[in-house]
Design a protein around this ligand. Structure first.
Ligand code: MG
Length: 385
């Protein structure tokens, strides 16, 4: 039988290794042929929060009738996992841990894109706030309930550490055990940068396809122009319909390659030899070169101006605020509307003054379509999104 120990023995000295894992909160015997990080990955894939990514929006919620072709959080997550695994492998890191971190990285998101998070944060202003990374930690430590021996998914320290080191707007006791050092593993740091490589590129792609971003606007986008020049030089007679996917391919590859090269340089210059050195090093070691950092920021700024601030996205966000706010308030005021399992949990937590958090967890766990359906059932109509 192929042993994961043989695989891990070949990794870079500073990669995460199962044998040196700081373990699980609830000690369990490990699996004979799946590494602890592979088991983390499998537990994430089998969780209900992961399945719901299929119906949660990245930027658009059914904005157009043909909206099904656009990225949802599930396809975004799979793209992040693919890019992060390639980067991780090229750096000699633990690909299994990288994949698990990538697959879990968005499971704490509320419905209706990033706006959903902001709306819940406002609603929780006097109750600890809301932030999707911290919510992801709550999901994997507490909210998922599928194993008889423990609450949550009982993931390894390294997986929970990677989640805990992101996000800032929410106080959460679950983060306390990670406060001994500033950074997570390099596997976590790589995912943290492959996420924006992925979303900037696919948002650009989706924005062009749905018409929010026009050829005229693209003249302002440096990485796009570089990609067009690269594509036309490589394929002088390329059909226009193939240009966009090739430029997208170029933009991903340029950023991922720069990330690998610069991170490798950072590790060499810092003389990094162990994962613990990465954890306490004053700076994060994964990063872009100064030149790519500027291009990457330019792409983010371009998308902010031309896509995230687009009036059609703003309209969707306005409807999202109405739906999330009214659902939150109606469940808080009338807990008898909860399904029975949630109601008993609400009543239990109310004794400790935590009832708002239970409402927040419930609403945050909804998919876009479930939230709209619930709104329709409770109020008899729903804002058309
Ligand atoms: Mg993401």
């Amino acid at each position: 039988m192929h042993s994961f120990g043989e695989y891990e023995a070949r990794l870079a000295p500073f990669a995460a290794r199962s044998a040196h894992s700081r373990g699980r909160a609830f000690p369990e015997p490990e699996h004979p042929y799946r590494s602890p990080f592979q088991r983390d990955r499998d537990r994430i894939i089998h969780s209900s929060a992961f399945r719901r990514l299929e119906s949660k929006t990245q930027v658009y919620t059914h904005l157009y009738q043909e909206g099904d072709q656009f990225r949802k959080r599930l396809t975004h997550t799979l793209e992040v996992a693919q890019i992060a695994r390639s980067v991780s492998r090229a750096l000699g890191l633990n690909e299994d841990l990288t994949e698990a971190i990538a697959l879990v990285h968005d499971i704490g998101h509320a419905p209706f894109g990033h706006k959903g998070q902001d709306i819940l944060h406002d609603l929780m202003h006097d109750g600890g706030g809301f932030e999707h990374n911290t919510q992801a930690l709550r999901i994997v430590c507490n909210i998922e309930n599928r194993y008889p021996e423990f609450r949550g998914l009982n993931l390894t320290y390294e997986l929970r550490e990677a989640i805990a080191k992101k996000g800032h707007r929410m106080t959460e006791p679950l983060k306390a055990e990670f406060e001994t050092h500033p950074h997570c593993s390099l596997e976590g740091q790589v995912v943290d940068l492959c996420d924006p490589i992925t979303y900037t590129t696919h948002d650009l792609d989706d924005g062009i396809v749905n018409g929010a971003i026009t050829a005229d606007m693209l003249r302002e986008c440096e990485l796009w122009n570089e990609g067009v020049a690269w594509t036309r030089a490589k394929y002088p007679a390329i059909r226009e319909s193939l240009l966009r996917p090739q430029v997208v391919r170029y933009i991903i590859n340029e950023q991922a390659t720069d990330l690998i090269t610069q991170t490798h340089r950072n590790i060499e210059e810092a003389g990094i030899a162990t994962i613990d050195h990465i954890r306490v090093f004053p700076r994060k070691l994964a990063g872009f070169s100064p030149l790519m950092r500027d291009k990457h920021s330019g792409l983010k700024k371009f998308l902010q101006q031309n896509m995230y601030d687009h009036y059609r996205v703003k309209r969707m966000e306005s409807h999202a605020r109405k739906i999330i706010t009214e659902l939150f308030n109606v469940f808080l005021d009338q807990p008898e509307l909860f399904p029975p399992g949630v109601r008993s949990h609400f009543d239990e937590e109310k004794k400790a003054g935590n009832e708002k958090r239970i409402v927040c967890d419930y609403v945050a766990g909804m998919t876009d379509s479930f939230a709209q359906d619930e709104y329709q059932k409770l109020f008899g109509h729903s804002p058309k999104i």
